[in-house]
Design a protein around this ligand. Structure first.
Ligand code: SF4
Ligand code: SF4
Length: 183
């Protein structure tokens, strides 16, 4: 098992970065995008189909991960199934938090959200180096433009709920093992 941690660059909310997307869509290829149930519902609505249909047609593992097995290929990477050539994201209004945040990532420390990017070089530069010629902005302004607030609340609530269920299950299991509960 590989225990090596990926290097990250932590960001302050007033850090200024070339966060204007050049819209080539290169990050819609060969990526991994996970969905919580709320995001699954929004993205299915944006596609104008039911959650079950969206999950069956475009997701792996019962709706928790978007499929990146489209016919379009960029740098040997397959496209997200929601990506349309010469158009872009077909579910833009309902795109999940990971797509809204990219190239930033998010983590919680001391009950507060913080932002970062992977590696030490700004990720967009790898395939969209033209971003340095576009408008730069603060992390806060970028997040506001991407309307991440509700999505961030949803993911925190979802993860809190999953943690509570896991805690209850663990407590019950322990009680069964210790003979406090009969099955
Ligand atoms: S890599 Fe960055 S600039 Fe390129 S399409 Fe993605 S978000 Fe936009
Ligand atoms: S959902 Fe849209 S923005 Fe997100 S990876 Fe797919 S095509 Fe790109």
């Amino acid at each position: 098992m590989n225990f090596l941690m990926k290097q990250i660059t932590k960001l302050a909310s007033d850090d200024i970065l070339p966060l204007t997307c050049s819209r080539t869509g290169s990050c819609c290829f060969g990526n991994q995008v996970l969905l919580n149930p709320w995001e699954l519902t929004l993205i299915a609505n944006a596609k104008n189909i039911t959650v079950r249909e969206f999950s069956n047609l475009y997701c792996d593992f019962g709706g928790i991960r978007l499929r990146f097995d489209g016919e379009l290929i960029f740098n040997q990477k397959k496209a997200c199934r929601q990506y349309i050539e010469n158009f872009g994201c077909s579910v833009y209004e309902g795109r999940p938090l990971a797509c809204r945040l990219f190239p930033l990532g998010r983590y919680i420390q001391n009950s507060e959200a913080h932002y970062m990017f992977e590696g030490t070089i700004f990720p967009c530069l790898a395939e969209c180096s033209e971003v340095t010629n576009l408008h730069s902005m603060t992390v806060t302004n970028y997040l506001s433009g991407q309307e991440t607030e509700l999505f961030e609340k949803a993911v925190d609530t979802y993860l809190g709920m999953v943690q509570n269920i896991a805690d209850i299950a663990f407590t019950l299991l322990l009680a069964v093992i210790q003979g406090d509960v009969t099955t």
